[in-house]
Design a binder for this molecule. Structure first.
Ligand SMILES: [Zn+2]
Length: 574
């Protein structure tokens, strides 16, 4: 062998080893991070690291071509990068959930862009981790680098040792750890299982119109046909009760609602949503579904809009969000009039629109003088990026513009978030004014789909929709307004609502029954004991959460921590 050939082959041998070791290092990061952040037991952490590491080393040495071996693992690098970004984002140690995959598929480009803008450090980290490995793998392919038999054998022996010990530890976990299961706890098996469930759910939902075509509420109105009635159902977005002045927050976030004479609106301060994810929380609000039956029934259910139609109402659905082929869209399409304000043309997204722009649509519907009218308004509310949810002239808490959404800038983020609540306050106040001015029997029900984390404690949790919810992600504002004519016509409704102000409420269970109740609509398919206006109102037996895998969990199972339970305890004593 020539001297230069010898040099080349020793350089190649080093390259091969470096590439294999680097790849193992970067691909095992999610396993290590999840074991630490997910508070795994030592046994679980062992299973979560040893077995995947062993299999990884096998995959990297199954042929003597390290470059192409690594590039075959590219999908796992993408998965690992996604997982690391989520660990940065939510800081709760949870894996990429089913909902997360569905959110990626259903989030509109501008929303994703807003989020990506604020994930600079996380994205820079994954690029710095994975790009050099990919580049090195390509270099090895181009240079036709081969792993020597000796190196292969060494790595394969290591792989065998890791895999066997990993298999033993995993077996011990299954036998010893009461809640351990491979498809939920072993990365990346759990994430691949979630991906598969997400694909199945997307397929199921695509058949929605066939499976739901016979759905009915068997609903009828108990009021005269010629009585003018107007109801507005407002579905909020990402608004949390703890930032509402109306519910005791110490900043002026709902000055207009608070300026109304006492008793004009009834608020329910102990309301919790059963989901922290828009595409499940909104259908829960707008139907007779609950966390308990959501998974079995969603694909054959229609919304409260259908119940109003059966009872003789004209219906309209106006949304500030974009279509995303979720059940929310399907429900919205049930209405006689469906308007997505930000999408005047298919595919065209309009920027610079705010929730109060829906008032113009509402005004136009009110001038049509339909005897009976239901309008559902779906807000963009307080969804991140908060500063984009209100016009500049409404910026009350300043400064509110920050380029970096980190814990260090919490003050500015909260300023912007609180400004967005003020915009919702403005919207709700204007709706009430309009209902009053037309002098009808009518009312408004408002609840937010879920809440939000804004770096509230040492956990540094941010945003919502992670598989593990928090108190702030589930504690939502819910209010009911009834026009003087409705109060006069049926005083028991307002009296009962006031009696239940301090009761525990699940917005997911009570929104639709309450809306139907104030509208005098009866349906055998809706649980009347969940209407906040009913003298038979019964509190939820237990607070539940619709998990990422669509199971109803209590808050312990859902992952509430001591901080969350302490806050819940304080709320319960108010
Ligand atoms: Zn939402």
């Amino acid at each position: 062998m020539k001297h230069s050939d010898k040099n080349n082959s020793s350089t190649n041998a080093i390259l091969a080893r470096v590439l294999i070791i680097l790849t193992i290092a970067v691909l095992i990061i999610p396993n290590v991070a999840l074991s630490i952040m997910g508070h795994f037991t030592l046994l679980e952490a062992g299973a979560n690291i040893l077995l995947p590491a062993g299999i990884l080393v096998f995959l990297l040495t199954w042929r003597n071509r390290p470059g192409s071996n690594v590039l075959w693992l590219l999908p796992f690098m993408v998965l690992a990068a996604f997982q690391i970004v989520l660990l940065f984002l939510y800081a709760d140690g949870s894996i990429i959930g089913v909902d997360m995959f569905l959110n990626v598929a259903t989030t509109n480009p501008s929303e994703a862009g807003e989020l990506l803008d604020n994930l600079g450090p996380a994205i820079a980290t994954v690029v710095a981790l994975y790009l050099p490995v990919i580049v090195l793998a390509i270099v090895c392919m181009v240079k036709k680098v081969r792993t020597s038999d000796r190196t292969l054998n060494r790595f394969r022996t290591t792989a065998m040792l890791l895999s066997v010990s990993g298999a033993i530890v995993t077996g011990a976990c299954i036998l010893e750890e009461p809640y351990y299961s491979i498809d939920e706890d072993l990365y990346p098996v759990n994430v691949l299982a979630n991906l598969s469930t997400a694909v199945t759910r997307a397929h199921t939902s695509a058949r929605y119109f066939d499976t739901s075509s016979d759905a009915t509420y068997h609903a009828h109105s108990t009021r005269p046909d010629n009585l003018r009635e107007v109801y507005v159902a407002v579905v909020g977005e990402t608004s949390r009760a703890d930032n509402w002045q109306f519910f005791g927050y110490d900043r002026f976030t709902t000055p207009r609602l608070c300026s109304l004479p006492a008793g004009t609106i009834t608020g329910f301060g102990k309301t919790f949503s059963e989901s922290n994810t828009t595409h499940k929380a909104v259908p829960l609000l707008l139907s007779n579904l609950t966390a308990e039956n959501f998974d079995n029934k969603i694909n054959e259910s229609k919304s409260v809009i259908t119940a109003f139609k059966e009872a003789g109402f004209k219906t309209a659905y106006i949304s500030m969000q974009c279509r995303n082929h979720s059940y929310i869209d399907y429900f919205g399409e049930e209405a006689d009039t469906t308007i997505f304000v930000r999408e005047p043309q298919p595919g065209e997204i309009v920027e610079g629109f705010y929730d109060c722009d829906m008032l113009a649509q509402l005004d136009s519907l009110l001038t049509q003088d339909d005897t009976k009218l239901l309008v559902v308004l779906h807000q963009y509310g307080s969804h991140f990026n908060y500063v984009d949810r209100y016009p500049r002239e409404e910026a009350f808490f300043l400064p509110d513009k920050t380029a970096d959404a980190g814990a260090a800038n919490r003050g500015q983020l909260v300023n912007a978030y609180d400004n967005s609540i003020r915009h919702t306050d403005n919207l709700l106040y204007n709706i009430i004014e309009r209902l009053d001015s037309i002098n009808c029997v009518g009312g408004m029900v408002y609840a937010s789909d879920h809440g939000e984390d804004i770096f509230d404690d040492a956990r540094s949790r941010f945003l919502h929709a992670s598989p593990t919810p928090t108190y702030f992600q589930l504690h939502v504002p819910m209010i009911v307004y009834m026009t003087p004519k409705l109060q006069h016509r049926d005083p028991s409704l307002i009296n009962q609502a006031r009696l239940h102000q301090n009761n525990e409420v699940s917005s997911s269970q009570s929104y639709t029954p309450t809306l139907l109740s104030i509208a005098g609509i009866q349906s055998p398919d809706v649980d009347r004991t969940k209407a906040l206006t009913s003298k038979h109102y019964s509190e939820p037996e237990e607070r539940v959460f619709l998990s990422d895998r669509n199971k109803a969990q209590n808050l312990h199972q859902a992952g509430f921590t001591t901080e969350d339970f302490q806050r819940l305890e304080r709320l319960n004593h108010i």
